[in-house]
Design a protein around this ligand. Sequence first.
Ligand SMILES: Cc1cc2nc3c(=O)[nH]c(=O)nc-3n(C[C@H](O)[C@H](O)[C@H](O)COP(=O)(O)OP(=O)(O)OC[C@H]3O[C@@H](n4cnc5c(N)ncnc54)[C@H](O)[C@@H]3O)c2cc1C
Length: 476
Amino acid sequence: MTMNFDPTHIASLIPQLIERCPAVEWITDDSRIDRLSHDFYWFSPVLKRALEPMRAHIGVRPRTEDEIRAVVSACATLGVPITARGSGTGNYGQCIPLHGGVLLDLSGYNQLLWHKPGVVRGQAGLRLGDIDARTRPAGWELRCVPSTYRSASLGGLYGGGFGGVGSINFGPLAAHGNVLGVKAISIEPEPRTVELRAPEALVLHHAYGTNGLVLELEVGLGTAHDWMESIVLFDDFDAALTFADTVANAPGIVKKSVTVFAAPIGEMLTMLAAHLPAAKHAVFVLTAEFSEQVLAQLITEFGGVVSYRKTADEVKKSNRTLVEFTWNHTTLHAMKVDKSLTYIQSGFTPGDHVRQVREMRNLLGDEVITHVEFIRSRDGLMTCAGLQLVRYTTDARLNEIMQMHRDHGVSIANPHVYHVEDGKQGVISAEVVAAKLRFDPQGLLNPGKLRGWEQREQLALDARSATPTLATLPRF
Ligand SMILES: Cc1cc2nc3c(=O)[nH]c(=O)nc-3n(C[C@H](O)[C@H](O)[C@H](O)COP(=O)(O)OP(=O)(O)OC[C@H]3O[C@@H](n4cnc5c(N)ncnc54)[C@H](O)[C@@H]3O)c2cc1C
C-alpha cells in the first residue's frame, strides 16, 4: 500500500488522532514540537542544511504501554507516520521526521523493570544514567554507554546508537550477548507485542526506529568497579598512541576507556584547560583504582606525565567525569570553540589499527585531527574507532577525506547521511526490511529513512527464508 504523506493531508488527520486518544499528553506547542523534532544533526554541515526545516505535526508523551498502544492504533488506522524519540541526542537526524506526523516522545515511559546479577530490563525511555544509579549499589553497571549516558535512553541507544565507554571490554552493543531481549509493538490498528530474544533481538538495532517500535529492552551488565580518571600528556603523538594501545591491550589492567587526542584537541576542551597545555597530545584513561600502580609504571615507561587524576569518589563528588569529554562529546566541545569543525567516524582494522592511525594522520595533517577511542570489535579484537575532527571546507572535500580512509582500508560510518543504509557502506539488509514488513506493514515508522523499504517486494522472499545474521549491523 502506498501511503499519502502529503503534509496537508496528515495535518487534516491530527484532530481525529487527538479525538481517538483524548487521555494522553499531546504536545501542540510549536516550539516544543520543533525542539522534539530535532537532535544533534547539526554536527554535520550537510545534515544541517538538509534537515533543519523538518518537523512533526504533533508530539505525544505517553507514560504507559496502554497509552502507547492507543496512539499506535490510532496512527495505524488513520495512516499517520510515527517517529520515536528517546532523548534526542542522536547525531544523524535519526529522530527527525522527514514526513511529519507524530513525534512519539518516550521519555515518560521510563521504568526500570528488574535487574539481577549481569542483566537489566527496562522500558525504552529509561535513561542510561538512571540504570547505572540503580544497579551500581549491587555491583553492576551498563556494559557500554555513549558519552551522553546522563540523558540518552535505552531505546535510543538501541535504535540509533553504537556503544561507547565500556566498549573497550564488551565491544559495541551489537556484539553477541550485550542485547538479550527486546519487546516490540507492531504498528497496526490492533497492535501486537512480540518478544524477540537474542540473536533475533538485534534485528531492530540501529535501524533508527524504522522497522519496529521498542517497548522494553533486556541488556547485559558488567562489573561496576571504582573507576579512577586520568589525563596523561605526551610531547610525541606516537608515544601517546603506543601507550594507549599498550594499556588497551594489557589484559591485567582493568579499564573502562582509553582515548587519544592529538594536539590541538586539548586546547579545544576549554573546561579542562588547566590540565591540557598547548601542543601536548593527551590520553584519557578510566581504570579501576587497583590498576593504578601498573598504569603508573607504563606512563613512566612511555614518557608520559599525569596532569589530572581523580579517584572514583572524587569523580562522584565533583559530578564531572572525563567521559563527557570523550566520544562525540569531544566534537561537541570542539565545535563550541570553532564552529567550522565537523567530524568523521572511522573503524580501523584490528591488528593494523596503530599503523593505520599514524598513516591517516600523516596523510591528512592538521585538516583531520586525530581522536581515537579504543574498543573491541564485535569479534572481540582490540582496535580503535576514530571520531576525527575535520576542518570543513566543502562537501566534496569531506567526501574525499572519507574516501581516502576507505582507500587505505579504514572503514567509514558516514555521519553526514540520514538513510540507515548510507551510514553502513550502503548495504541493504533483507532482514531489516523483513522486520519492517512484520512490525510496520504500512511503512509508518520514521518513513523515508530506510532505502530497503522501496525494494521490499523484491527482498521479501529472501527475508522470509533468512535467519538473522549480524553481517549488516553497524560496525561502528
Ligand atoms: C555529544 C554527543 C556524544 C555522543 N556519544 C555517543 C557515543 O559515545 N556512542 C554512541 O553510540 N552514540 C553517541 N552519541 C549519539 C547518541 O547520544 C546515542 O546514540 C544515544 O544512545 C541516543 O539515545 P537517545 O535516547 O538520545 O536517542 P534518540 O536520539 O532519541 O533516538 C535515536 C534513534 O533511535 C530511535 N528510537 C528511540 N527510541 C526508540 C524506540 N523505543 N524504538 C525504536 N526506535 C527508537 C529514534 O527514532 C532515533 O532514530 C552522541 C551524541 C552526542 C550529541
